[in-house]
Design a protein around this ligand. Structure first.
Ligand SMILES: Cc1ncc(COP(=O)(O)O)c(C=O)c1O
Length: 336
């Protein structure tokens, strides 16, 4: 039995039984295998270390009431990693290898999938990096695909609660840059805006579109959604945001609960249109947004202390599907 206090788990790295590692060389991937290690040995001249030739994914395994283990839309993560790889000129990880790597990692670490009922999950981190001896700025001919995992706790320990955000003048991505790819460099650039937002008393920074600074792009490392008085669920459309799998799922769930769901521009000076708002992503599923402060003006949505009814319904439906409590009518979950 593992000596883990499941109730107090945070979002941090924990040693587990091992990770999946596959190697691409001479134009092909090997089979890959589970290695009982949390270190990799790579050339100091790897393109991932110098030129940022790397990308990753974030996903979770969920334990159900009847003790099954579910993945949520894993083929969508596989697709997004292939798209990130294309943008960064890296060897693509075939869907079969991606899914097998994820499932083998979960199977090798079954006892680390938190018990049902506490909101905890096994976080999975697929990672693709350029390796090998390289010097010039050009794509590597060698890659590693790894999947490691760590048990993580519920994002909101005391239940869903609203948080406050502030817009930043920094850009997360260029208009035709790498914002759509899950590339590590996008996250290095987000650390300073995040810290400045936290220092000013907010949960995170909201990025506006880099070309005009008039529309919402991302809420920290999550997508935005707003719900209007007349029952419209709106989430930004932009070539420089990361296509959130949670957001595409919420667009569908919003329709399922009778909202009109659309991707559209969300202007920062039109926030009064929304009666509820949230940030969405794998980590928290939904972080209800209590308020957004832009150029000193604060817009409060439903409440700074209470969660709006539609936000709550969306959250409960989607997490219900992920943990196997709500019927999966769209066939989104896959048993390990
Ligand atoms: C920049 C950014 N936007 C949005 C998301 C949400 O994406 P997903 O719902 O696929 O986790 C993430 C990852 O969690 C992210 O890093």
């Amino acid at each position: 039995m593992l000596d883990i206090n499941w109730k107090d788990l945070s979002f941090s790295f924990m040693e587990t039984n091992g990770m999946f590692v596959a190697h691409y060389k001479d134009g092909q991937w090997n089979q890959g295998e589970i290695v009982k290690d949390s270190y990799i040995n790579i050339s100091v001249a790897s393109t991932s270390l110098h030129y940022g030739q790397q990308c990753f994914e974030g996903m979770k395994a969920y334990r159900t009431k009847d003790d099954r283990i579910l993945l949520f839309r894993p083929t969508e993560n596989a697709r997004r990693m292939r798209e990130s790889a294309q943008r960064l000129m890296m060897a693509e990880v075939p869907e079969e290898l991606f899914i097998r790597g994820v499932k083998e990692t979960v199977r090798a670490n079954q006892e680390y999938v938190p018990p049902y009922g506490m909101g905890g999950t096994l976080y999975l981190r697929p990672l693709l990096i350029g390796v090998g001896h390289n010097l010039g700025v050009r794509p590597s001919s060698e890659y590693l695909f790894c999947v490691f995992c760590s048990p993580v706790g519920a994002y909101f320990k005391g239940g869903l609660a609203p948080v406050n955000f502030v817009t930043t003048d920094y850009d997360r991505a260029a208009p035709n840059g790498t914002g759509k790819a899950k590339a590590g460099g996008n996250y290095a650039g987000s650390l300073l805006p995040h810290q400045e937002a936290v220092d000013a008393g907010y949960a995170d920074a909201i990025y506006l579109d880099p070309a005009t600074h008039t529309k919402i792009e991302e809420v920290g490392a999550a997508n935005f959604f707003g719900i209007t008085k007349d029952g419209k669920f709106i989430t930004p459309i932009s070539p420089s945001i990361l296509g959130s799998i949670t957001k595409y799922s919420l667009l569908q769930v919003a329709e399922d609960i009778g909202l009109e769901a659309v991707e559209d521009d969300v202007y920062i000076d039109k926030l009064d249109d929304f009666v509820e708002a949230g940030a969405c992503g794998t980590a928290a599923v939904i972080s209800p947004i209590g308020s957004i402060t832009h150029k000193g003006k604060k817009t409060v949505f439903f409440s700074e202390t209470e969660v709006g009814p539609k936000t709550k319904e969306l959250y409960e439906r989607l997490t219900g599907i992920q943990f196997g409590d709500v019927e999966d009518i769209h066939g989104w979950t896959e048993e390990v």
